[in-house]
Design a binder for this molecule. Structure first.
Ligand SMILES: [Cu+2]
Length: 138
């Protein structure tokens, strides 16, 4: 009888221990799964890295008496170009198509324009019609 009850209490204790372990173990599994989902969700909200193309490098057109330097060149769309009058007379950088116009540039003055659209943009000086140049935007 005594042995029987000892066996019983041992079995009860063993069963209880098993349940405790299983309960904690299942809790551990629950938290492991929950954590995995949380991490996965956090990754979902993260923006996918996009390898951005660096912005185009600004360029310069020098205006002399009486020519543009360089007379023609090619840039990427979005390039900002600065026209600087390095001559001794007034000049202008005036688009043939009316896209941009620096107005009168006194010696030392400059004008900047960002070429957003692709195309060929020829321009001239309104004071010296023989002054011509062209910017190709790709
Ligand atoms: Cu000029």
């Amino acid at each position: 009888m005594g042995t029987e009850s000892e066996e019983c209490s041992f079995l009860i204790f063993g069963r209880q221990l098993f349940y405790i372990i299983m309960r904690n173990y299942s809790l551990l599994i629950f938290w492991a799964i929950a954590l995995t989902f949380l991490v996965a969700m956090a990754n979902c909200t993260k923006p996918i890295p996009i390898y951005e193309v660096p912005p185009p490098i600004p360029r310069t057109v020098n205006i002399y008496d009486d020519f543009f330097d360089p007379p023609t060149f090619t840039v990427r769309a979005g390039t900002r170009i600065t026209f600087t009058n390095l001559g001794y007379h007034n000049h202008s950088a005036t688009s043939d198509q009316g896209v941009f116009d620096s107005g009168t540039l006194a010696p030392g003055q400059s004008f900047s324009f960002t070429f957003q659209d692709k195309g060929e943009f020829s321009f001239h000086c309104k004071f010296h019609p023989e002054m011509h140049a062209k910017i190709i935007v790709q």
